[in-house]
Design a protein around this ligand. Structure first.
Ligand code: SF4
Length: 481
């Protein structure tokens, strides 16, 4: 473990995120209290906030002191992170692709500057000097921010909103999963009850927002296609009967797991004019799929994709993960080759992120011998393949504990970008979210202020307390919209 002690509790979260980015496998404790340790730390760092300066010491030796003006909190934070970053670069003999940036939405920075009218050269210099990010990541974020701005012109920030409906069930639980997802086997018998609760939320939301323009709908999860064809039909019928679609720009269903997709279900999606679906291989290496508990075959992915194409879907996304246990760059190349043969309309390349709730993290000992590799070469390889398939990057986000400290990037062919993905990442429009574990976000002032309202995660609680969930929404809508 790594211990960071502070003389005053201040910027603990920023310090923790940055130290953790350098030492993803270590437990990091940042505290202003005296701590008794059960084991000797890898090293101890002491950060002291003095009247006009911040000092840094490692294992009792002061290494750096920087002058600061505490009146400017943003400036103080930036200077603190810059100094800490330099110290940790020296200590580890390494740098991070995104420099001191540890937030999940780095593209928000160039986007805000582009909206102010700054040019790319100015933004590049600012990001380099302030965050020490690599040239590659700075260029990528500026390219994406520019593309997002152009795509977002379609959406109405003032009077528009988006809708998310969560189906938090999956055929099995993936090793790395930290989403709200419950095994279908346990809940299949109660799916009708779940749909009935969703319908109550749909009725309320459609009535409450009748004067607003619905721009995008995203049905995600979990795996929405764990619903039977009849249940999908029931849900999609309810949605289209309840909401006014005259301003709808995009309607996505994340089919997700190939083992849940059937011709009948795809036909239901076609009947309801779903404009975009996602069929997610994650990898085209069978041994990895078996290892991560996805319980579907590579062939099922290929068959589902061909089936969807034959039924007329012309906007199919495929999600991939790099940094999966035991995968090498050759495995990733093999996956990209197979995808090239299929030629989807967009792909989203995720870097594996292992959150606390994932089995891979919870049972650390059991999985400690697994090798997780994510490198610049792997990230570059996926980017080259995506561009080679005629796609360009259009959205980007980061998560905590990502393999290699990289990012997730969505690539799409012309006209096939997922608008909802941009809206949720750039936080430019309110998203009303229905279902267990769904979080509604109210966006004000072009994204400068965000308020959230959560639905409970536990299904039993969601079903039993659906009226309370609706009441929460009612109060939030009255207050914020
Ligand atoms: S498909 Fe996605 S939501 Fe479902 S278990 Fe796997 S990672 Fe979790």
């Amino acid at each position: 473990m790594i211990l960071v002690t502070l003389n005053i509790a201040n910027f603990e979260y920023d310090i923790h995120s940055l130290v953790k980015a350098f030492f993803p496998k270590e437990d990091v404790s940042v505290t202003s209290e005296t701590k008794v340790l059960s084991e000797a730390p890898l090293f101890s760092m002491a950060i002291r906030y003095e009247p006009d300066a911040i000092s840094f010491a490692i294992d009792g030796q002061e290494l750096l002191r920087i002058p600061v003006n505490y009146a400017d909190r943003t400036q103080t934070k930036n200077r603190l992170k810059q100094a800490l970053y330099r110290l940790l670069c020296d200590y580890t003999h390494t740098t991070l692709p995104w420099g001191t940036l540890t937030g999940i939405r780095p593209t928000k920075i160039p986007m805000a500057f582009l909206e102010e009218g700054r040019d790319a050269g100015w933004i590049r210099d600012y990001m380099k000097n302030t965050y020490f990010a690599s040239d590659e990541k700075i260029d990528l974020s500026i390219e994406i921010a520019g593309r997002e701005l152009a795509l977002l012109r379609q959406a109405d920030y003032q009077n528009g909103y988006s809708l998310y409906i969560g189906i938090p069930f999956c055929p099995s639980t993936c090793l790395y999963c930290s989403f709200t997802s419950y095994p279908l086997g346990k809940w299949a018998a109660r799916m009708e009850e779940y749909l009935a609760a969703l319908e109550k939320e749909i009725d309320f939301t459609a009535r409450a927002l009748r004067d607003w323009k619905l721009n995008t709908v995203y049905i995600g999860g979990g795996t929405p296609t764990t619903l039977t064809a009849e249940q999908l039909d029931r849900l999609l019928t309810k949605v289209e009967q309840s909401f006014d679609f005259s301003h709808l720009l995009e309607y996505t269903v994340e089919a997700g797991r190939p083992d849940s997709i059937t011709a009948e279900k795809l036909q239901v999606l076609r009947k309801h004019h779903i404009s975009r679906i996602s069929i997610n291989p994650q990898t085209m290496k069978q041994a990895t799929l078996d290892l991560i508990g996805r319980r579907h075959t590579v062939e099922q992915t290929v068959e589902s994709f061909h089936l969807a194409r034959s039924l007329g879907f012309d906007n199919i996304n495929m999600d991939l993960i790099v940094g999966l246990p035991e995968e090498t760059i050759e495995d990733v190349q093999h996956t990209m080759e197979r995808l090239k043969e299929l030629s989807p309309d967009s792909i989203t390349v995720h870097s594996l992120a292992i959150k606390r709730a994932a089995r891979l993290r919870m049972f650390k000992e059991e999985y400690q011998d697994l090798t997780i590799t994510n490198t610049w070469e792997i990230i570059d390889l996926t980017a080259r393949y995506a561009r080679g398939m005629g796609m360009v990057p259009y959205y980007l986000y980061r998560q905590k504990n990502m393999a290699g400290n990289f990012e997730n990037v969505g690539y799409a062919k012309e006209g096939k970008a997922g608008l909802y993905n941009i809206l949720i990442m750039e936080e430019k429009q309110s998203i009303l979210a229905l279902g267990a574990g769904a979080t509604t976000k109210f966006v004000f002032d072009g994204g400068r202020r965000i308020e959230r309202t959560d639905n409970v995660k536990d299904i039993e609680n969601y079903l039993g307390r659906i009226d309370e969930m609706i009441e929460r929404k009612r109060e939030a809508i009255a207050k914020y919209m």
